[in-house]
Design a protein around this ligand. Sequence first.
Ligand SMILES: [Fe+2]
Ligand SMILES: [Fe+2]
Length: 172
Amino acid sequence: MRSTDVKGNQSDKEDVTLNKQIKNRHDIRKLLDDTILQLERNTRFLETKQYLQHGKMSVYEHCIRVAEKSCDIAWKMRLDVDYTILIRGALLHDYFLYDWHKKDSSHRLHGFFYPGKAYENAKRDVALTEIEEDIIKHHMFPLTVIPPKSKEAWIVCIADKICASEETLKRK
Ligand SMILES: [Fe+2]
Ligand SMILES: [Fe+2]
């Protein structure tokens, strides 16, 4: 079985996906924290702190919440997912890197087009697996037409909607 390292590079070496190392919630938290650190060091992930998503919440905080919620759903439902991919995809799902609240003609129809922009940015900064691509491109379904294909992408799609609703209600 092929394995995937944190940069998304695949190898035919013995499968060392962190799934096998996930025995409890503590392991998931550790993997999440490590992945955040790695993205902060190797990509423009920290830049997402500058942009607001819902209410006063930054894109950075929102993406971490979505990753936590996605892991929660997978763990509680005992789903056989690749946690490494689930976390990376969730953390990068809104990697569009601009302030969509600012009036700018390129931000028009933001909701329809930004998953493509997020995918382009993420692809430039890390080697994405097919499932990570699926997560980023299709998490806005049904606003965008094509549904997720993988379990991981469906989970992030649902987790994102739960988090977005909570964050939008909280600001009122
Ligand atoms: Fe999104
Ligand atoms: Fe989101």
